[in-house]
Design a protein around this ligand. Sequence first.
Ligand code: RM4
Ligand code: MN
Ligand code: MN
Length: 431
Amino acid sequence: MNTMINEGLVAEHNAKLQANLDADYAALAGVLQRRGQDIEQLTALAQTFAVAVPTWGAGTGGTRFARFPGVGEPRNIFEKLEDCAVINQLTQATPAVSPHFPWDKVSDTAALREIAQGYGLAFDAVNSNTFQDQLGQAHTYKHGSLTSQSAAVRAQAVEHNIECIELGRALGSKALTVWVGDGANFPGQHNLRGALERYLDSMRDIYGALPADWNIFIEHKLFEPAFYATTIADWGTSFACATTLGPKAKCLVDLGHHAPNTNIEMIVARLAQFGKLGGFHFNDSKYGDDDLDSGSINPFQLFLVFNELADAAEREGSTFNPAYMLDQSHNVTDPIESLMSSAVEVQRAFIQSALVDRAGLRQLQESNDVHASAQALKQAFRTDVSAILAMARLRSGAAIDPVACYRTTGYREARGVARPPKAGASSSGIV
Ligand code: RM4
Ligand code: MN
Ligand code: MN
């Protein structure tokens, strides 16, 4: 396998930190044992965790005001894969990447798959893009794509999504995620019902092109770029559309796509209950679709989301398998550092949720012991499982402290030389 980081450097890093880790691990094992929990089981569980990395997250993002390019940022999908390989090598928690088309389109898709395989990376859900125009495109998406009033625009948008399915098949992917920015900026601009009817018509055509073992994920988002009425604004609309389309259609929850204070964990519970939870785009936010690093603003919410996922997994068994992906935009940090620590934060919430004694919690709930029920969750959330995550990494061949290890390698500085800024390079789509 091709490794981007010299394995000797990782081993050297781990050798320096291992004695401290062993001590922390033994101390945590004792704490958990007193609660009747086996640390070894939790570490083995942590080693199974995987979250996909978005190719566009490897580039430096921006806001609608400006983008400040990062040193040595990737200029194309091949360089993005190099950075994704670093992230997975040092965390062993991100074995798949999620591509976005046409940003990541290349002339030889089979070769792209082989290069990824060389790094030990697979392809997760493919993402279509009808929220911006591409050079030479016949029709503009200025007034919508799948919901457009124009049959020609809708046909073009449908065709693009079907092309994404084809590209995804060649890459070994099994799902298409559709997010459209379609909506209205002014009351009266759209017939609200008519727009959703056109969306469903278009989606039926895309659905019809799905291979038997594929899913289509419908991603809702409250606002932006439409500021008055987004066609797929909420999970209710997403659920109604997924139900109308059929069993291969499921809902995708991007944590940033809700109004502040929305009870996202309850949305997760509802979608899981009715078999429509397709997957996640993890990130964090304070105001809107801020695309901040997972767990950086509201780690308790992330934990509560995983608490619902653990509950659903217990009820549904192995058939419950939502897709996990990060979807973030890194404006002021090194994307590799942000993506590594975000993957670890999501993995942390996953392990913390496994600390909850579900049978015990049910008893507390049945006896209406409100205080103790709340404390059962709080105790799990307050438990510092860092040593479990670090031990899982060490045992899987990754770095005990991924960011500290990365900083010793000089990787970014070397990319600064190898990847001089290039005009028109697709460093990121989110600007
Ligand atoms: C959107 C949404 C989509 C992503 C784009 C780039 O806000 O989160 O998942 O494809 O951004
Ligand atoms: Mn998203
Ligand atoms: Mn988003």
